[in-house]
Design a protein. Structure first.
Length: 225
């Protein structure tokens, strides 16, 4: 379970007191399929980074399962991020000179998974996502949809419980974007918590719960209807 209590995030405190997040409290149960909506600069990506243990709040408390992340050591936070969270980015964030296989392999190398087991896991994910034929291709030789599938495979290989997707369809055409959303929906049905940041209302409506952010505050939550 994810629980945020009175989370505030201020960048450049010495320069101004603009709050990227302003006293945000939120609870997300295991296995939810959620979209976070808001205009550019609303704070939605900052919220995702804090949930993903890639940034820390200025004040407030963040709990992930039984761990108070905001009170944990740097090594504990790194371990949580590595074991529990998979990240999918808008522009894929693939290594240009690594093949699809090698890009997917990176988190398994970081987790010291043995070579034979790495191969088994990677090929299984690639087959499931329909990208086995891309195995030896560099990102520049793949379509946007294929690259995003590689990025999703990379997020899944460590069997993380939480998948965070920051504008995962933003660099894709509408048809391919819908296909990627259907993949994320399928991943959610397998038991994963999936949280998507989007500005696209059509994409948001494909999720089970919509959280709306404006000026760093939650102004809407469809779960509370």
């Amino acid at each position: 379970m994810i629980r945020l209590e009175n989370i505030t995030k201020i960048y450049n405190e010495k320069v101004d007191d603009t709050k990227a997040l302003d006293d945000v409290s939120l609870k997300i149960e295991d296995g939810e399929f959620i979209s976070v909506m808001g205009a550019s600069g609303s704070g939605k990506s900052t919220l995702l980074k804090i949930i993903g243990c890639m940034d820390s709040p200025t004040s407030g408390k963040y709990f992930l399962d039984d761990t108070e992340v905001t009170a944990a050591s740097r090594s504990q936070v790194h371990k949580l991020r590595k074991e529990k969270i998979g990240y999918v980015f808008q522009h894929f964030a693939l290594m240009d000179y690594y093949t699809a296989y090698e890009n997917i392999e990176l988190p398994l190398l970081a987790a010291n998974v043995k070579r034979k087991e790495r191969k088994r896991i990677i090929l299984k994910q690639m087959e499931h996502l329909g990208i086995l034929s891309e195995r030896n291709k560099l990102p520049g030789k793949m379509s946007g949809g294929q690259q995003q599938r590689v990025a999703i495979a990379r997020a899944l290989v460590t069997n993380a419980d939480i998948i965070l997707a920051d504008e995962p369809t933003g660099a894709l055409d509408q048809k391919t974007g819908r296909e990627v959303l259907e993949l994320l929906k399928e991943i959610n049905k397998s038991g994963k918590t999936v949280i998507i940041v989007t500005h696209d209302e059509g994409i948001a409506k494909m999720t089970d719960r919509i959280i709306t952010i404006s000026d760093g505050r939650i102004v809407g939550d469809s779960k509370e209807r």
